[in-house]
Design a protein around this ligand. Structure first.
Ligand code: MLT
Length: 242
């Protein structure tokens, strides 16, 4: 299995193809998605365009829809929730279709919506997604971070390294196909005993800390392998979960 890592949607070469894409937004979109499914959400539909999100959401009965939106870490006006994994409690999300738009995570998902298989990964469901990939016996994987508005993101690279490390140590014949992933693996080995420390050092971690107390988000987003849920794209732009 050939493993490549790209820091953000803009870094994936135009003609790049792989069987499977794994999208990562540790702080916080893919952690929120993992918790939403763990707590019983029916599906998550992701959007870049907010008008399109509003229009699509109106096709669902009001009691079955939930709008999650964030820009720059702050909740969008008129949305039910911001993008905190702590907000998606069972009482709020059970049975609902979530309509979601975030600064970077939903852009990364949009970049790979034409791929055959798409999964979303966070630190809490790292091993669950890795086990699923091993079952798929896929030939090549595009691991895609979300970055921040086109620039590099430390915490997404940490999680890319965490996934690659699991796959390389699993006995599967995995190979690292680019230096972005070699660097992500080095990052993982450097920070693996202090995941929360890494998230707090990261520029988006500092952005979140700057706009208010996000201690619970840091704790939740830095937990490792404590969720079994595997979000996958069931149709373009829509995620369900195994
Ligand atoms: C994003 O998509 O950029 C993030 O998930 C931002 C956040 O809510 O922390």
């Amino acid at each position: 299995m050939k493993l490549s890592y790209f820091h953000g949607a803009e870094d994936v070469p135009k003609d790049f193809r792989s069987d499977t894409a794994v999208v990562i937004d540790v702080l916080r979109a893919t952690t929120t998605i993992a918790w939403a499914f763990t707590n019983g959400a029916d599906s998550v539909q992701t959007f870049i365009d907010l008008k399109e999100l509003q229009q699509e959401s109106l096709k669902w009965p009001v009691e079955q829809r939930l709008l999650i939106g964030e820009r720059g870490g702050k909740t969008l006006k008129g949305f039910d929730l911001g993008n905190s994994p702590l907000g998606v409690t069972p009482e709020i999300v059970k049975g609902k279709r979530i309509f979601m738009s975030t600064t970077n995570g939903t852009k990364a998902l949009n970049r790979v919506r034409d791929f055959n298989n798409v999964y979303t990964l966070s630190l809490p469901n790292r091993s669950a997604v890795a086990e699923r990939i091993l079952l798929d016996k896929t030939d090549d994987i595009c691991i895609l971070g979300s970055g921040w508005e086109g620039s590099y993101s430390l915490e997404d690279s940490l999680a890319a390294g965490a996934l690659a490390s699991f796959l390389l140590e699993s006995g599967s014949e995995s190979i690292v196909a680019n230096d972005e992933l070699n660097a992500a693996l080095a990052l993982w080995h450097f920070w693996k005993d202090d995941l929360q420390g890494c998230l707090r050092v990261a520029s988006h971690g500092q952005r979140l800390a700057g706009i208010g107390n996000h201690d619970d988000d840091f704790a939740c987003c830095s937990e490792l392998d404590n969720l079994v849920v595997v979000p996958y794209q069931s149709e373009p732009g829509v995620l369900c979960a195994y």
